[in-house]
Ligand binder design. Structure first.
Ligand SMILES: [Zn+2]
Length: 98
């Protein structure tokens, strides 16, 4: 009869099983890279810094602009990384922040 440790030893010989064990670490690394990209407001470049304290703004989200969304303008929300000031910027794929 096989014990649990025997089964685990057999599973370790299967390459796909080993790859499954690496997934949590790879997932965390990818999430960190995604968060870094989003915190810069990318794609589309960085917006101007915080008007209150001049610190970088962190990207929080995007939606169609309430007035100009029909023509492709997005409204991006940001929060200051230092003082928490919140602001929105209009953004287009062709012109960046407008
Ligand atoms: Zn600020």
């Amino acid at each position: 009869m096989l014990s649990v440790s025997d089964i685990l030893r057999l599973l370790d010989k299967i390459p796909q099983w080993k790859a499954l064990g690496e997934l949590p670490g790879r997932m965390a690394a990818l999430e960190a890279r995604l968060a870094a990209l989003e915190s810069n407001g990318n794609p589309g470049g960085n917006p101007d810094p915080c008007p209150a304290c001049n610190a970088p703004l962190a990207f929080k989200g995007e939606r169609p602009d309430p007035v100009m969304g029909a023509v492709g303008i997005k409204e991006r929300s940001f929060a200051c990384t230092a003082c928490g000031y919140q602001t929105q910027r209009q953004w287009t794929a062709s012109d960046g922040y407008i």
